[in-house]
Write a protein that binds this ligand. Sequence first.
Ligand code: PAN
Ligand code: ZN
Length: 167
Amino acid sequence: VASSWRLSQLEHLFCDRAAFGARLADGDEVVYRVEDVDGPGRDAQLGRAVTTIEPGDVGGEFFMTRGHMHAVRRDEVYVGLSGEGVVLMTDGERGAAQELSAGASVHIPAGWAHRTVNVGATRLRFLAVYHRDAGADYEWVRRRGMGAVVVADGETYRIDASRKTAA
Ligand code: PAN
Ligand code: ZN
């Protein structure tokens, strides 16, 4: 099963309305897609999914996933396959950010919402290993935001924790 998300479906992720409109006027491009990796185990407890986030930004805010909290509070592991990313995490009070690159892994503790941001100039691809009973609560992130945004800063990136409004 594969799903893809286009710019027009992700307007709420970006702070800069004018920059969003300008980028969308150039075309409703795919920002990211998620493909489930199937195995023989119908009742498997662990699932795998590969996410591909295109490189790009809206007024300096890099392309990112919607972000979610697992409805059943389960932990998860990401393994970087290619590209350069940052995983933003928050438990609603504290925030954390970890880099994701090829061969690196990130552990997302149970009870921490997570969003992945492509901070590089190439596609970011990573494998997620998750509990299949965990579900995903997107409203949690829409209501509270992630506590920070990841913005371009010259050739690199900066995590701006003062812009808490972006959900
Ligand atoms: C990942 C994410 C994937 C897309 O497989 O679901 O990267 O992000 P959103 O689901 O926030 O749109 C994962 O964390 N699974 O639990
Ligand atoms: Zn998850």
